[in-house]
Design a protein around this ligand. Structure first.
Ligand SMILES: Cc1ncc(COP(=O)(O)O)c(C=O)c1O
Length: 322
């Protein structure tokens, strides 16, 4: 199991004393994507990647997806720490230009004051065959693009989900790691969409609730908040960690113990967490309505607290460097 992931560096109570908005104000629209391949600026539409890159041929690598608000990446340090842990577990050395590239990208992003999605991909490098070659130089791609469109109704109507027929394998050596292998995720999402649902929820091999396709899962029943533990094979999400902190600051300690899927029937509220989508209420699972069928009050409070926390952290960063 990877070492515990650090708390995001923006302390919950660490917001500046000055008045900050409840929501992060919108940043500029990113004019064009920005891309770095192996530390050098590249055209994102014609990047120079080898056809033998193991990320392409074997999904042999890892990545991070982050969200930038007004040019500032939220929880950058926590994402970089998770990437380092994953790369170390995969035996991929972080290339020497890595820090400089991230610094250059964050500088440009900040100058653009843009809202964006930031993806850092790292593969083992090039090589034929399956066995991990030694001495190869890892490939890195840092891509800054526009955020995916999130429906304006997300907070008011929520999303629908469906239990995936495939399962997360909590015994896999890659369990809990953000590797490039998202085939099961793509198939689960396709299956969910084919059945008219927005997203899918994975169970682990023991049949416990695990996570969404690209998100962590929380449910609220009778005032108790529960979220699957790391032993169920979840990705230890950075937003999940932030939400656990928010709940604690509200005096609500979340229970991290395996959850049988039947518990969803008794749930008053369900929500998913991820860096890009933040807090997404789930209002229908399969044929069953969750609670009242509308996003629940605790989900609303957590969402507001999360957005307030982001707003504070971004304002603090911008104040400190303006
Ligand atoms: C499988 C999976 N679980 C959870 C998450 C949420 O992680 P985070 O909050 O760090 O974005 C993601 C994010 O992409 C994911 O792919």
């Amino acid at each position: 199991m990877p070492p515990a992931q650090p708390m995001p560096h923006h302390a919950l109570a660490g917001a500046s004393g000055s008045a900050v908005p409840e929501h992060p104000p919108a940043g500029a629209t990113l004019e064009r994507a920005m891309c770095w391949v192996n530390g050098l600026r590249a055209n994102p539409d014609a990047p120079a990647l080898s056809v033998s890159d193991r990320g392409f041929t074997l999904a042999d690598g890892c990545f991070e997806t982050m969200r930038a608000y007004r040019g500032v990446i939220f929880c950058l340090d926590a994402h970089m720490a998770r990437l380092s842990v994953t790369a170390a577990r995969l035996g991929i050395p972080v290339p020497p230009h890595h820090e400089q590239t991230v610094a250059a990208a964050t500088r440009e992003l900040r100058a653009a004051r843009a809202d964006a999605s930031v993806r850092l991909t790292m593969s083992r490098g090039t090589g034929a065959g399956v066995a991990a070659p030694s001495g190869v130089v890892p490939t890195t791609v840092l891509l800054i693009g526009r955020l995916p469109a999130v429906p304006a109704t997300l907070a008011t109507t929520g999303i629908t989900a469906r239990i995936a027929s495939g399962r997360r394998n909590e015994y896999a050596p890659s369990a809990g790691l953000k590797t490039l292998s998202y085939t099961d995720t793509v198939l689960a999402l396709t299956e969910a969409r084919d059945h008219g649902a927005d997203d899918a929820l994975f169970l682990d091999t023991a049949g416990h609730l695990c996570e969404g396709t690209s998100s962590n899962l929380f449910l609220v029943a009778g005032g108790i908040v529960r979220t699957p533990p790391r032993s169920c094979g979840i990705l230890p999400g950075i937003t999940r960690q932030t939400v656990l902190g928010i709940l604690e600051s509200m005096g609500i300690a979340a229970d991290e113990a395996p959850i049988p899927p039947g518990e969803l029937d008794a749930a008053d509220e369900v929500f998913l967490t991820s860096s890009v989508r933040e807090i997404a209420p789930v209002t229908r699972i399969g044929e069953r309505r969750v609670g009242s069928g509308r996003p629940g009050p605790l989900t609303g409070r957590v969402r507001a607290a999360y957005r307030g926390l982001v707003a504070s952290a971004i304002a603090d960063e911008l104040d400190g460097t303006a």
